[in-house]
Design a protein. Structure first.
Length: 252
């Protein structure tokens, strides 16, 4: 999320996981030498100023920057138990949607636990970044065991070509062996709000290529083509979700 803003993001799209969200709560952050930290306790669900369970979301990150060109971090989150009927969705975004219950009508609680590692190497004319981790989902469905793990990763690079012109690329992927509602660049009606288990996505990938021209620190033009593919539990191929986009950004 630290490079999510349009003027900071080298590409137009984001990684497939696209972890992001704004939630009510308290946050503590700071730095000690070459280490920095963040710790937050939040409601966890979408409803604003209201929480339907006593359990809270807890988020933490520890970063280490040994020098100006190298960065490491480890982060984790537990969404806390969310009410399947009233909270309905997690506040954190995931895969073009959110975390939601996949349990049957008797399910009253669901949660997701996440862990991620990040590394970044920077040089004068570009950078290389990578991250990867896992998500563990579970709920209290009285008629079935829905617990499952999902794995994700992303690799991104940018290089100045000439003057203010740069090229960027990113490959990201989510692997969900038992399937989960993941929208990606597809239709949310087909892949997120569809409660049929056969519509759940088992794997999805995105490969983005882009060019950008930064006139100055306040004005940026960029264009991108993203290839996206995957498959569902039912065997459907998700191979018609490519995106072409152009964007102009001005900050003040």
């Amino acid at each position: 999320y630290q490079t999510r803003d349009v003027t900071d993001n080298s590409l137009i799209s984001h990684s497939l996981t696209d972890f992001w969200g704004v939630d009510e709560g308290v946050e503590l952050y700071g730095s000690i030498g070459k280490f920095s930290y963040v710790l937050a306790v939040q409601n966890g669900g979408v409803p604003v100023t209201q929480d339907f369970t006593k359990d809270k979301a807890v988020v933490g990150r520890v970063s280490f920057d040994p020098n100006s060109w190298l960065h490491f971090s480890v982060s984790g989150m537990r969404t806390g138990d969310l009410d399947a009927q009233n909270d309905y969705l997690s506040e954190i975004w995931y895969g073009g949607g959110w975390f939601r219950s996949i349990g049957g009508p008797g399910t009253t609680r669901f949660h997701a636990n996440l862990i991620e590692g990040d590394v970044a190497v920077r040089w004068r004319s570009g950078y290389l970044k990578a991250f990867g981790g896992a998500v563990c989902y579970d709920d209290n469905d009285p008629v079935g065991a829905n617990g499952r793990s999902m794995f994700f990763y992303s690799v991104e690079g940018r290089q100045q070509i000439s003057g203010k012109l740069y090229a960027a690329a990113r490959f990201s992927q989510i692997l969900a062996d038992k399937g989960y509602p993941i929208t990606g660049a597809g239709s949310s009606d087909d892949y997120f709000f569809n409660y049929s288990p056969t519509a759940f996505t088992t794997e999805i990938w995105r490969f983005s290529l882009g060019l950008g021209y930064r006139f100055n620190n306040h004005f940026l033009l960029k264009t991108e083509y993203s290839f996206e593919g995957g498959k569902t539990v039912g065997g459907e191929s998700r191979d018609q979700e490519d995106v072409f986009a152009a964007e102009a950004a001005f900050s003040f």
